[in-house]
Design a protein around this ligand. Sequence first.
Ligand SMILES: Cc1cc2nc3c(=O)[nH]c(=O)nc-3n(C[C@H](O)[C@H](O)[C@H](O)COP(=O)(O)OP(=O)(O)OC[C@H]3O[C@@H](n4cnc5c(N)ncnc54)[C@H](O)[C@@H]3O)c2cc1C
Length: 365
Amino acid sequence: MESYCGIVTATPKSILVVGGGIVGLTSAWRLAREGYRVSVVDPAPGRGATWAAAGMIAPHAEVAPGEGANFELQRQALSAWQLLSNELAAVVERRIEIGVTGTVLTGWDAGDRRLVEQFRLVATGFGVNSALARRESHPEIFAGLSDRISSGLLLDGDAWLDPDEAVSVLCQGLTTVGVEFITQKVHTIEGDRSGVRVHFDAGSQSADVGILATGAFGLPHGATPTGEHAVRPVRGMTVRIDGIDRSNAPTLRCFVRGRPFYMVSRPGGYCVIGASSEERSGPLIEVGELQRLLRDALDVVPEIETSTLLETRVGLRPASTNLEPFLEVWPERRWAWSSGHFRHGVTLAPLTSRDVVGFVNEMTK
Ligand SMILES: Cc1cc2nc3c(=O)[nH]c(=O)nc-3n(C[C@H](O)[C@H](O)[C@H](O)COP(=O)(O)OP(=O)(O)OC[C@H]3O[C@@H](n4cnc5c(N)ncnc54)[C@H](O)[C@@H]3O)c2cc1C
């Protein structure tokens, strides 16, 4: 039995993780902690949907009719992320900062305020506590917002992290504990009871068990989905700006002319505003799409006018048929496919990684 930085490697079986988004990286971390020899294969780790994500861990602001199971799962996510952040800090002396600021949900016009009220009723049905905050009683929450917005719904316990930071700390942690990164796109996979193999342009690699964590991207050749699950891309754009620090206030969400708008603020003035949502793929940003988001942002937070535009990002949310994540296992081929995290992949990744470990343990016992 070997031990490295307190991590026990009792089972030197090898695992291939295809896809180094937040789901693949957290799975790789949990597998490495369990003592497996892990390789992550991805031409650009962290540059899929994870790259565009705002990083909200916001079960209370995300309640939606019909998504009860997902909501219960999301409620466990904050402590799972805190644990993961502590584990990584013990290895790389860097922490994934997690801000537990809650959410304030507001509406721009009368129709939008009705949407807030509808949301409140759904949230109450889910057992979520919310409180009405008014500008007079909570000036710090409404500072910098349009005068038109005089009240909002406060939702406790929601949090955020920075996906860029999470990817960076995870990659550093994984490298430190000996996880291999192969920066290649896998075009074919194979597998049978004796093990798995992946093929990429520069060669191939074998292992005992394989995990496909390719988000909304198409599966490599040789994958054998049962047909029980399917994933479709739901495209989203976020805009990064600098110059407004609301990191001590609840994360801002607002319905604006019927569209959802959010602004996640981090210490120092870095903010993510978002997000568009369309049932299509494609990396290009239409001028009108950007204009709509910025118009909503400027209406709700007028001081954005003097902030600096840093970057626009696009990602494909991996949406399953029932909008819930899944782990589809192909035991006779020693592969499992983890996807379908849709709007909540950052939130749910550390929980998914436990299911991945369960599958791998089963395959290697
Ligand atoms: C605009 C936007 C905002 C979002 N905001 C939030 C949020 O605030 N909170 C939240 O919880 N979630 C959010 N999400 C959702 C979240 O980003 C996704 O659910 C999550 O990133 C999915 O992670 P993943 O690892 O499954 O996929 P991805 O991050 O897409 O990673 C898949 C990886 O697989 C790799 N890959 C694909 N095919 C192959 C192959 N053949 N060989 C090798 N590698 C391959 C890709 O290069 C990629 O790195 C948001 C998404 C978007 C688009």
